[in-house]
Write a protein that binds this ligand. Structure first.
Ligand code: PHE
Length: 341
C-alpha cells in the first residue's frame, strides 16, 4: 500500500492538462467514486492497527496534494485563456440571442379563436387531405358545381372517390356533424388550398376559421348577433356590420358580412375604397340538406355557419396591402409584429 501511495504521489506531481475536460478526467480517475485514491481509502480499512497512523497520514497527504494539483491546473488554464484572449472573462454572461416572434397569422388565429371561445365555441380540427364527400358532397354541392372544377381544387387522385386538398374548413364541420352530440358549437381553424394564381389579394394556400352552431331554434337573428359581437371584439367596440345577400350551396339564406372600416370609421378612405365598409366573411343558415346529409333531423334542429380568411382579417387589422408578405418569411415584415405578441 505504501508503494502505491508513493507512486501516486509522484504521478500527481507530474500531472498536466491543457483543457478543462482533461482536468475533469484526471479528477474522476483519482478522486471519483472508483478513483485510485478513493480505492486506497477503501483498502485502508483493512490495514493493521499499528500501521494505521503512519499510513493514514501519507494517504491524507496524497489526497490533499491531488486536490491542490487539480485546483492549480484549473487556475493555470484560466490564466492562459485570459492571456491568449485578453479580456476573456469566464464569469461574464453569454451573448444574448434574438428571440423569434409569433407570425401575424398565428397571432390573428389565436385572437379569433379566443373571441369565439369566450362565446362558448370549441375548437375542432380535421385533415387537410380530404375526400369529395366532406369538402363538397355533404355540403350540398351539385355534382357539376364549378368549385369542384380543376380550377379551384387541387386533386391528389381522381376517379370515383377523388382525394383532394380541402378548399375550405367546412369539411371539419361535416366531420363534426357526423360524430359530435348535439348541440354543436365549434370553430374550425386550418390551412386551405385553392388553385388560384398568386397575387396581392389571392394565394393558393391560406388560412380560415369557420364556425358552426347547431341547436333547436337557432335563427338568423342569432347569427347576426354572433357576427356583430365578433366584429366588435376584433375591430373595436364601435364597429358595426352589414349583411349583403349572397349564395353558398351549403347555407340558405346566405350573406356576405361587411364591417365598418376601422381606418376611416366609415367615412370612406382608400383602404375601404371610399365605401366605408370592408368585407370580412361569408355566413348563412345551414341548408336543411346539409343537416340531413350528416344524419341530423332538420325538422328539430337548425343552425348557422360562417367562414373567414385569417389573412384577410389580419390585413384589415394591420393594413397589410399584399397577402404574399405572409408567406415570404421576410424578417423586415415579420419584425413589425414583435409587439403584437
Ligand atoms: N366555406 C365558405 C368558403 O370557404 C365560407 C362560408 C362558411 C360561407 C360558412 C358561409 C358559411 O368560402
Amino acid at each position: 500500500m505504501r508503494e502505491k501511495i508513493e507512486k501516486l504521489l509522484l504521478e500527481v506531481e507530474q500531472l498536466a492538462a491543457k483543457r478543462e475536460q482533461e482536468i475533469e478526467e484526471i479528477r474522476v480517475r483519482l478522486l471519483g467514486k472508483k478513483g485510485s485514491i478513493t480505492q486506497l481509502f477503501d483498502e485502508f480499512r483493512n490495514v493493521l492497527p499499528e500501521q494505521k497512523r503512519e499510513l493514514g497520514q501519507v494517504l491524507n497527504t496524497l489526497k490533499v496534494s491531488a486536490q491542490n494539483k487539480i485546483e492549480q491546473l484549473r487556475a493555470v488554464l484560466e490564466e492562459s485563456m485570459e492571456s491568449e484572449n485578453p479580456g476573456f472573462d469566464l464569469t461574464k454572461p453569454g451573448d444574448s440571442f434574438e428571440l423569434g416572434t409569433r407570425h401575424p397569422i398565428s397571432v390573428t388565429r389565436g385572437e379569433i379563436l379566443s373571441i369565439f371561445s369566450k362565446f362558448g365555441y370549441e375548437v375542432a380540427e380535421g385533415p387537410e387531405i380530404e375526400d369529395d364527400w366532406h369538402v363538397f358532397g355533404a355540403l350540398n354541392f351539385p355534382p357539376e358545381h364549378p368549385a369542384r372544377d380543376m380550377q379551384d381544387t387541387f386533386f391528389i387522385s381522381d376517379g370515383e372517390n377523388p382525394v383532394l386538398l380541402r378548399t375550405h374548413t367546412s369539411s371539419v364541420q361535416v366531420r363534426a356533424m357526423e360524430r359530435m352530440p348535439l348541440p354543436i358549437r365549434i370553430v374550425c381553424p386550418g390551412r386551405v388550398f385553392r388553385n388560384e394564381a398568386i397575387s396581392a389579394r389571392a394565394h393558393c394556400i391560406f388560412h380560415q376559421v369557420e364556425g358552426l352552431y347547431i341547436d333547436k331554434n337557432v335563427s338568423f337573428a342569432d347569427l347576426k348577433q354572433a357576427v356583430l359581437l365578433f366584429a366588435r371584439e376584433m375591430f373595436g367596440e364601435n364597429a358595426s356590420i352589414r349583411l349583403r345577400p349572397s349564395y353558398f350551396p351549403f347555407t340558405e339564406p346566405s350573406a356576405e358580412v361587411d364591417v365598418s372600416c376601422n381606418i376611416c370609421g366609415g367615412k370612406g378612405c382608400n383602404i375601404c375604397k371610399g365605401t366605408g365598409w370592408l368585407e370580412i366573411m361569408g355566413c348563412g343558415m345551414v341548408d336543411p340538406n346539409v343537416l340531413e346529409a350528416s344524419g341530423i333531423d332538420s325538422k328539430t334542429y337548425s343552425g348557422f355557419a360562417f367562414g373567414m380568411g385569417i389573412e384577410r382579417i389580419a390585413m384589415l387589422k394591420w393594413q397589410v396591402k399584399d397577402l404574399r408578405h405572409y408567406f415570404e418569411n421576410d424578417l423586415r415584415f415579420l419584425k413589425q409584429f414583435e409587439t403584437v405578441v
